[in-house]
Ligand binder design. Structure first.
Ligand code: AHR
Length: 480
């Protein structure tokens, strides 16, 4: 098969905001306990209780931002339970996932971990069964320099300087009846959001707020913007693609990112129109702060699954979309980093395995700054029955910076390689580094027994216009 890809290095779509490569960790299954945290006395190598292999693997991804503590968990979490000497923290029955929570890992542990992996914290407050006052106290604990109760509490624990948490989520998926403290409709959620933000901002007016939006209920989003639009900076959208839903094929899975991109554009347009209609002045963008594929085996209490090359294709396609959407969606969090719908899996014997999806994030982490520039890919296409659309086999996105062009190319074809001709305007490269992920087939995966079955390929060469993309592959061409 043959394709042509055009890149215009002089046509900027957006300045890359690398927060689209963000991650999400939740108190759920073995994400925190067993994934991020094992405790200082564990036989598993750790640094101050943080699991070392995971710490190093996450460091390699250089996530710009990490969202915590949930997810659904956030809607029943009372942050004070996780503060102070670990031995006196309460062990509680946790309502969101109906599990036991030891509270060994709390705000200070989260902040220390984010510092160790060089990332920014993004905290979601409990707007389910929590109160605005409790949320404001949490902001004070983290950010205040005053000589008042919660800031003093932080200092007494040894943290003289504030944590300076800039990004705060107010609630999680409050549109769902499964959510502790759910709202009846967008109107109720909007008023609740306004009350929370009203108190949180009095403590620290510099914080930025992510409010609950919905990927399918447009009326919800209208109410949020109309009533509470002046209280938040980002409207949150979550999307999981249930990969094995009856009749859904690999071809459909690989078509989904296009639908998802269109949906995010539609929601953003709706936000803009609603702002205009109701005179909301605030600059509001979207935070796509939970997204992934979800297989039927990923059930509570663990939500564990081992994803394959086909899911790496899906992941790269979403990241390409997010680069293209960067101006309107500057922030995204993959759900989730460790053990829950995971990029990284661990066991209690001290083994760790990195999925093909992990390798995709590692590849995209190479392009962290620059301009997202316009690309156009021409290739044969196929028909997705589920989405009833024609889907091109090749997808492209590019980031240009300081004499270097990062060109991300995905070949969705399950069997065929693609001879791709590349045309660039505004930049003449001389050398080319090609990295790719493809495995033997779309079903290929890494396991604890064979952890390196799917790995990154790499070759250096002088720049040639014609590049061969392996079947079912995610490719990064670094041109300089
Ligand atoms: O990521 C798993 C769960 O999926 C999150 O807790 C929730 O927000 C979503 O429904």
């Amino acid at each position: 098969m043959q394709a042509k890809v055009f890149v215009d290095a002089e046509s900027k779509i957006a300045r890359l905001d690398d927060r689209i490569y963000g991650q999400f960790i939740e108190h759920l299954g073995r994400c925190i306990y067993g994934g991020i945290w094992v405790g200082e006395n564990s036989k598993i190598p750790n640094l101050k209780g943080f699991r070392l292999d995971v710490l190093n693997a996450v460091r390699e991804l250089k996530p710009p931002i990490v969202r915590w503590p949930g997810g659904n968990f956030a809607s029943a979490y009372h942050w004070e339970d996780g503060i102070g000497p670990r031995e006196s923290r309460p062990r509680k029955f946790e309502l969101a996932w109906e599990a036991e929570e030891s509270n060994e890992f709390g705000t200070c542990e989260f902040i220390e971990w984010t510092r160790l992996v060089y990332t920014e914290p993004f905290i979601v407050v409990n707007a389910g069964n929590g109160t605005p006052e409790e949320a404001a106290h949490w902001v004070e604990f983290c950010n205040s320099t005053r000589n008042t109760r919660y800031a003093e509490w932080r200092r007494r624990l040894g943290y003289r300087e504030p944590f300076n948490v800039k990004l705060w989520g107010v609630g999680n998926e409050l549109w769902g009846r499964f959510q502790v403290g759910f709202c009846r409709d967008g109107e109720e959620c909007a008023w609740r959001t306004a009350e929370f933000v009203n108190e949180m901002m009095r403590v620290d007016p510099t914080i930025k707020i992510v409010a609950v939006g919905c990927d399918y209920d447009l009326e919800w989003n209208i109410d949020m913007v109309k009533i509470a639009g002046n209280y938040f900076d980002y409207l949150s959208v979550h999307t999981y693609v249930f990969a094995d839903r009856q009749g859904r094929t690999y071809e459909d899975l690989a078509a989904w990112p296009t639908a998802l991109e269109e949906n995010l554009r539609t929601i953003y347009r709706l936000v803009e129109v609603t702002k205009r209609r109701y005179g909301v002045k605030k600059d509001i963008k979207l935070a796509f702060d939970e997204w992934n594929v979800w297989y039927p085996e990923a059930k509570p209490p663990l939500l564990s699954q081992i994803t394959k090359v086909k899911d790496a294709i899906f992941t790269a396609l979403v990241l390409n979309s997010l680069q293209r959407l960067n101006r309107i969606v500057p922030l995204a969090c993959f759900a989730q980093t460790v053990n829950v719908l995971p990029l990284i899996l661990t066991d209690d014997e001290g083994r760790m395995l990195l999925t093909p999806q992990y390798l995709v994030f590692k590849l995209y982490a190479e392009a962290r700054e620059g301009d997202v520039v316009r690309t156009l890919a021409f290739s044969p296409s196929y028909h997705s029955d589920e989405l009833d659309s024609e889907v091109p086999y090749i997808d492209s996105s590019a980031v240009f910076t300081n004499g270097r062009l990062y060109l991300f190319l995905v070949n969705k074809h399950p069997e065929e390689k693609v001879e791709t001709e590349i045309f660039i305007r505004g930049f003449e490269p001389s050398s080319l580094n090609h990295k790719w992920i493809s495995g033997e087939s779309i079903e290929d995966m890494n396991t604890f027994d064979e952890p390196n079955r799917v790995k990154l390929g790499e070759r250096d060469q002088s720049f040639k216009r014609l590049i061969e993309l392996p079947p079912h592959s995610v490719n990064l061409l670094t041109l300089s």
